[in-house]
Write a protein that binds this ligand. Structure first.
Ligand code: PLP
Ligand code: CA
Length: 325
C-alpha cells in the first residue's frame, strides 16, 4: 500500500483533496474538539467546506442559470461513537462550540443501534423490549424509534445487588419475558446487578448488540474505560460476541449511506483513531480517509504490528485544510 499523503502546508494537495469529495464524515472527539475544548479554527474549516462547491464551475459556461452555477458546498456529517448523548444532545454541543450543524447532520452510535433494532431486526410484539446498559443517549434514541427500554438510567438498576436479587434472577422472576435485545453502551454506573441481569437475558436468547467497542475513553489527557471495556465482561460470561453498531461496523456505514444517499467514492472519512474511524472508511470502500493527529493515534501507530488501518491522507490538524480560499 502507498504511504499516506501529508496535506499540512501543501495548498495544491489540499485543493486536490477537497475537490475529490462531495461529503466529509467527521469523527468528533479528537478531530473537532477534545472534551469541551474546540480546536482552533475548526468552525471556520467546516464553514469553508460547506461553502465550497463540489463541482468545478469553469467547465460549464452554458449552465449559468441552472444549479450548476451555484453548486452547493460539501456535505458535512458528524459520526460519533459516543453513545452517552443523543443526536439532539450532540447538536447542542456542536452548536455551542460554534460549529455549523443541523440535527440531521449528526449520526451517533446510539442512534445507529436504535435504527438497527427498529428497521433491521424488527422485533416481534412480545419480544420487542431492550435491556440497556448505558446512559440517557441510548434511552432517548430508543424512545425516538418507539422501542421500550429497561435498565439504562433507572435507579433500580443503579444499586448494590441483594441476596433477593440473586434469587429473583436465578428463578427468572426479575426478568421481563418481553426483552429480546441486550444493548451495551458506555455506562458510568455499571455494576454487578446490571451485568448479571444482562447475562440472564443473554442466556435466555436475547440478541446481543453493542453501541460501540472503543477500548478506551480519552479524557483530560488520559484514558478511561471505554464502551468496549464495559462490554467485554458480558462477552466473556455469555460466550457470545455482540454485533457492533458504531464505527468501524459496516452496519453503521450502511445506515449512513442510506440516510445521506452517499456516493461512497466521493466520500471521505476524517478521524483520529485508526481502528475505528480509518478502518470504518477503508472497510466501507470510501473514496478517501484522512487521519488528523490531534487525538488518540499518531503516525507511529500506522506501523504497529497490530495496525488495522492506514489512512490515505494525513494532516497535523483539521484546520490545516483551511489554508485554501
Ligand atoms: N464514547 C464516549 C462515551 C465518548 O464520550 C466519546 C468521546 O467523547 C467517544 C465514545 C468517542 O467519540 P468519537 O467517535 O466522536 O471520537
Ligand atoms: Ca475520535
Amino acid at each position: 500500500a502507498s504511504s499516506p499523503k501529508y496535506l499540512t502546508g501543501d495548498k495544491a494537495a489540499i485543493n486536490e483533496f477537497i475537490d475529490k469529495f462531495d461529503t466529509f464524515l467527521f469523527d468528533c472527539d479528537g478531530v473537532l474538539w477534545s472534551g469541551d475544548h474546540v480546536f482552533d479554527r475548526v468552525p471556520e474549516t467546516i464553514m469553508m467546506l460547506k461553502a465550497r462547491g463540489s463541482s468545478p464551475l469553469t467547465s460549464h459556461p452554458s449552465c449559468a442559470f441552472n444549479s450548476y452555477s451555484s453548486p452547493s458546498g460539501k456535505r458535512t456529517v458528524f459520526v460519533t461513537n459516543n453513545s452517552t448523548k443523543s443526536r439532539e444532545d450532540y447538536l447542542q454541543k456542536i452548536s455551542n462550540l460554534h460549529i455549523p450543524c443541523e440535527k440531521e447532520d449528526v449520526f451517533g452510535s446510539s442512534y445507529s443501534a436504535a435504527i438497527y433494532i427498529s428497521r433491521i431486526l424488527k422485533l416481534p410484539p412480545g419480544k420487542n423490549k431492550v435491556f440497556a446498559i448505558g446512559e440517557a443517549g441510548v434511552e432517548k434514541e430508543l424512545a425516538a424509534e418507539g422501542i421500550p427500554c429497561l435498565g439504562g438510567t433507572d435507579p433500580n438498576f443503579r444499586r448494590d445487588m441483594t441476596p433477593k436479587d440473586f434469587q429473583a434472577l436465578a428463578d427468572g422472576t426479575a426478568l421481563d419475558p418481553e426483552v429480546g435485545v441486550v444493548l451495551c453502551g458506555l455506562d458510568f454506573h455499571i455494576n454487578y446487578l446490571k451485568l448479571s441481569t444482562a447475562l440472564h437475558y443473554l442466556r435466555r436468547g436475547a440478541i446481543f448488540l453493542a453501541t460501540n467497542t472503543d477500548s478506551t475513553l480519552p479524557m483530560h489527557h488520559s484514558f478511561f474505560m471505554g464502551a468496549g471495556s464495559i462490554m467485554i465482561p458480558l462477552q466473556y460470561a455469555s460466550g457470545t460476541k455482540p454485533l457492533e453498531l458504531g464505527k468501524p461496523s459496516q452496519a453503521m456505514m450502511d445506515a449512513v449511506e442510506g440516510k445521506f444517499q452517499l456516493d461512497r467514492s466521493k466520500t471521505c472519512m476524517v478521524g483520529d483513531r485508526l481502528n475505528t474511524d480509518i478502518k470504518f472508511g477503508i472497510d466501507g470502500k470510501l473514496g478517501g480517509t484522512l487521519h488528523v493527529l490531534t487525538g488518540v493515534h499518531q503516525k507511529e501507530d500506522w506501523d504497529r504490528e497490530d495496525a488495522v488501518a492506514v489512512p490515505a491522507y494525513y494532516a497535523d490538524k483539521l484546520s490545516d485544510l483551511a489554508v485554501v480560499a
